[in-house]
Design a binder for this molecule. Structure first.
Ligand code: 3PG
Length: 307
């Protein structure tokens, strides 16, 4: 009997776990749950006899791959797979997949929610501003970017996109204009929403050169990864531009310095919250379980990311 380990340091909603179990049970597979674990050693032990692994942002490094003697496939229930050591997986012949698009509406709603919350001064009783008629730049036009654009258009924001990976026609339905360079994007937008993956090309990509071009009020929204923003540039923007705000799903390393010196100009979720909805958990979790069954039963590798 194949054994699938669901290892989630930040657990799925109960309904998602039930959905995952139902898919795996129907296929005749065993499910093992490791939720809320604090010690990476617990994952090393739990993965020992697993044929497949479902994770979220859980770290799947060389040690985990090494400890998993029977592992054939890892599915990251979500979009970003920067938490998985692809080289170590490939070396061991372990297939790695993600579940693109399954949690992107949840992440987009968080990005827009943070924008509204801060535009209204955190609902503190003072007069804020509106998003309508402001210009929003979508930096990275995959599934999350597409959803942010759709919601922003509903709020009657002007939306501009920049995309180096996905065909620009994907967003044309939403009335999004495109620019050819990042310089152009940042120069035109009061709000910028980041939806780029974290990798070698994007590490610290968002820097002072881009940010300082933004017209006031300059609001950077990051529901992607903290690593894509250059933190010395963030601190310089806070110091030199009193209109600058930074809203992020997970605090940057320099959060303490920002909190101490720039109150009211930042918002950071305490833990990565973008995909933390019941719907996103159900979508991504069940998709992960189905992909595992399809891999074992039919050899399907459509969402493999280490080809
Ligand atoms: C993703 O890459 O899919 C999101 O960042 C969600 O991550 P999470 O599953 O850890 O919440």
């Amino acid at each position: 009997m194949r054994k699938v380990l669901v290892a989630t340091e930040k657990p799925f909603a109960k309904a998602a776990v039930e959905g995952i179990s139902a898919v795996l049970n129907e296929a005749g597979y065993e499910i093992a749950l490791l939720e809320n674990y604090k010690d990476p050693a617990d994952l090393l032990k739990a993965v020992e006899d697993a044929d497949a692994l479902i994770v979220r942002s859980d770290l799947v490094n060389k040690d985990v791959i090494g400890a998993a003697r029977k592992l054939a496939v890892v599915v990251r229930a979500g979009a970003g797979y920067d938490n998985i050591d692809l080289a170590a997986s490939t070396e061991r012949g372990v297939v790695v997949m993600n579940t693109p698009g399954q949690n992107s509406n949840a992440v987009a709603e968080l990005a827009i929610g943070m924008m509204i919350y801060m535009a209204r001064n955190q609902f503190n009783g003072t007069s804020g501003t509106e998003l309508r008629s402001k210009t929003l730049g979508i930096h990275g036009c995959g599934n999350v970017g597409m959803n942010v654009a759709r919601i922003a258009r509903g709020l009657q924001m002007k939306v501009i996109g920049f995309c180096s990976y996905v065909g620009m026609d994907r967003l044309s339905f939403a009335g999004v204009k495109f620019v050819d360079t990042l310089e152009d994007l940042y120069s035109k937008c009061q709000y910028i929403s980041l939806s780029i993956p974290a990798n070698k090309e994007t590490a610290r990509l968002v820097n002072f050169d881009f940010l300082s071009r933004m017209p006031a009020p300059a609001v950077l929204v990051n529901a992607a990864r903290k690593e894509v923003v250059d933190e010395s540039s963030l601190l310089r923007m806070f110091a030199e531009r009193p209109d600058f705000m930074y809203l992020a799903d997970i605090p940057p390393d320099c959060a303490g310095e920002i909190a101490e010196n720039y109150p009211g100009r930042y918002f950071f979720t305490p833990k990565k919250m973008g995909a933390q909805t019941s719907e996103a958990n159900i979508n991504a979790g069940i998709a992960a379980a189905r992909q595992i069954v399809a891999y074992f039963e039919k050899g399907e590798t459509k969402y493999q990311v280490n080809k």
